[in-house]
Design a protein around this ligand. Sequence first.
Ligand code: SF4
Ligand code: SF4
Ligand code: FES
Length: 474
Amino acid sequence: MPKCMIDGKEVEFTAGENLVKVAKRAGVEIPVFCYHPGLSVVAQCRMCYVEVEKMPKLQTACSTMATEGMVVKTNSENVKKGRAGTMEFLLLNHPLDCPICDKAGECDLQDNSYGYGSAYMRGSEERRTYVDVNMGPVIQKNMNRCIHCTRCIRFGDEIAGIHEMVAIKRGNDIDITTIDGKTLQTEYAGNYSDICPTGSLTLKDFRFKKRAWMLKKTTTVCEGCSKGCNMEIQHEGDVIYRCVPLENLDVNRYWMCDEGRFNYQHTQDPTRIIEPKVKAEGGWKTISWEDGILGIKEEIDGQKPTFLVGSDLTQEELTHIKEYIALQHPGATIQHFGTPGLTSTQQDGALDQILRMKSKTSNLNGAEKLGIAPLMNDTIKADTVVVMSAGRAKLPKINAKRVIAVGVYLEGDASQFDMILPGLAFSEKDGTIVNHQGIEQKLKRAVLPRGKCKSLSEVLMLLTNKKARVGANP
Ligand code: SF4
Ligand code: SF4
Ligand code: FES
């Protein structure tokens, strides 16, 4: 492999790699603004200056490819002066907004200013200000903070496939905006906020709810479709504040869709059923777990109810269900359900040219691998039906004398059921899911179960036990 020298360290590279990437591998961080590994390189912010031997002027590391024997310095006096000059220029118009800016604590401008800028500025001109247009339900715009890196324009053009962000006017009057001031159309708008290196584009859903440094981060996988985008749940205590995509070049690269990003909101929906319930005259009656378990045992012990399992459940849950049925209800029918009109991975496919898949459940592939047959119709007729699912799988029409929900995540209308034992949301459990490519990925528990919800595996153990003893929630 070819080698070059970065700050005196010899480092290998592959042809076509730029100096930002190569330096990173050598443990040297080069500050950037306009460069993003998932977007084209434009080299317009001039933050990534480095000195390359035999080249008279400073070079931009993002647009300079490593070559055999190249000698690069990233911390010479010349480089420091160049970067400080860039910072001074970028901050000429930037407001002293950090204390009230949502990006504070995770802002590249803040970090690079602290690392490479100066505590003083020479300019005394008034800073320009903008009146911002409405960008739609996802993004809040504040152009006073913009440094014209054009990442957002390139994201729209190159990733979202929609030319909706543009730079109008030039020089001091430049404005990064949408065409004709329209609202954003893409269903991937949340990524604008992730890639903006300043607080110019922030998420409306997250603004002013929590400071970035107060959030705990749990690495997990989106359950929104069979793509399985890698993401981080950011939470404090048991409240989730936002989800952001994590890099996985084999699955979602750097991005995620808005549906997946905001899917967490359902887990905190006030209509979510978080206690065992039984249908009673005039509505629902809350019951204890003991009564719920005993009630269901009375209804189905020794019987062969039809089991409907969501293809949104994890491999561990589905395996446990199969074992439970083999032990307690041998010969009973088990079928998976999830997306109306889509019964197998053969019918799954891309919903757009970016990430989203047709299957609205995350583990269709896994359910198939476990040999569970699909429900072929959107209606099922049976005597007693037991439903187990995690919330994303869309319930079919059920025509049965008794419909029992066991370890089910449910919100809103629950009128199809006669009895409900509430289960966990994807953010409340560990487990394995298999995406449409056959890649196994792990869900990680970020928050504790809401209310009195229990894991499906615990509920199945209670149903299996001769003498069920129901413990407190973890
Ligand atoms: S809005 Fe953000 S991403 Fe877009 S050009 Fe300005 S600083 Fe860059
Ligand atoms: S594409 Fe699918 S897995 Fe990825 S974020 Fe969207 S819903 Fe989630
Ligand atoms: S990051 Fe290299 S010029 Fe902007």
